[in-house]
Design a protein around this ligand. Sequence first.
Ligand code: HEM
Length: 412
Amino acid sequence: MPVTTAVENLGSIFADPAAYADPIGWHAAAKQIRDQSPILKVALEGYEEFWAITKHADVMEIERNPEIFTNGAVPVLALLADVAGSEAPVKTLIQMDGAQHRSHRGIVNEWFKPRNVKAMQSRIDELATHYVDQMASLGGQCDFVNDVALHFPLKVILSILGLPEEDYARMLKLTQELFGAEDPDIARMGEDQSILNVLLDLVSYFTDLAAERRIHPTDDLSSVIANAQIDDQPLTDMDMLGHYVIIATAGHDTTSNAIAGGLVALLEYRDQLELLQAQPELIDRAADEFIRFVSPVKHFMRTCQAPFTLRDVTFQPGDSLYLSYASANRDDEVFPDPMRLDVLRENAASHLAFGFGQHFCLGAHLARMEIRALFRELLGRLDHIELVSEPTWIRSYFVQGPKSIPIRYQLH
Ligand code: HEM
């Protein structure tokens, strides 16, 4: 009995931003939940009750049934107070289901196909070299998160969208405010601290951009979105904005966290760092192991639409499900010795960090390409690297990873 009670009490790890800022403690708790109560009912003050889905097979099973487990209207854990009576001001692919999702995904899908992404290889390699050069110019000491990891993926995604370079700093700030809203160091402070205001700022920026691209289309992704049609009708302003917002936001913080978290893991498992330096051809597979290990997107939610039984639980219409990608990716039924970073792991790419099924991450090829390019360049030039002090971690239960990684290094 005491063991069961303990597991029930552990459910707060899924909603407590601070719990994610202690990755070792979080994963120990998640393992206990997986082993003892893999579908855990979580009741916390301020939140609607939800089922935490912690096993790899179960997350896949739920994502395999998108008619029963829908994304709309609340795909991310939200305080009851924030959800009550309010429709999302901007609807992105993540909030859509069924035919609506299919037709909207069709607009941008082509851009992210491997063939197109491959065409970006040289630009991505160039940017990777630029950021490692910049690291070299910092004189052997830097904060890897704020000096490197945050900037490189942002630059990639904003060049795909065709945004001018002078707007990059502003976009970086707005995205961090949107995703790091529970972390007091990152969240917008002052009177307009609500997430709604961050969204409105993004909306006003992209409304202007779309108007410009409708008059003067170019070959960038912004022009594709601004001039897209569904059933021979142009997109509404709000639909269009949904596309810009998801691509501009999902496209870089996620990848930054994978790169930063990957470096922390290499500094902990130095044998793996040495292995990659000795055999750089292993970096391709290592990228997926970094993504598995870090799982930058901690969860998405689904809402049950019809009774469905999984293990010993029957979900009822209206039930909320919390898909814990971070837990599923440390499931020892799929990944032997899952707490260890193993760049030789044969099935690393079976991770669920990009989700699964209809909503599978649109940017997965691009993200892998960026991570490989950065580590190829960095590890190829690194003579020495060590931590100056322990990394700190973002407090968030959504997109999360290291907040700072103070390092000392020598590059050639
Ligand atoms: C390591 C980096 C990344 C991770 C871990 C990640 C993770 C995810 C996850 C978990 C989902 C939801 C999947 C599901 O519900 O099954 C998703 C969806 C999405 N991602 Fe990523 N992502 C990353 C990079 C990117 C990049 C570079 C882009 C570029 C634009 C991107 C764009 C999107 C979009 C548009 C969706 C919505 C797809 C849909 O709902 O149909 N992501 N991503």
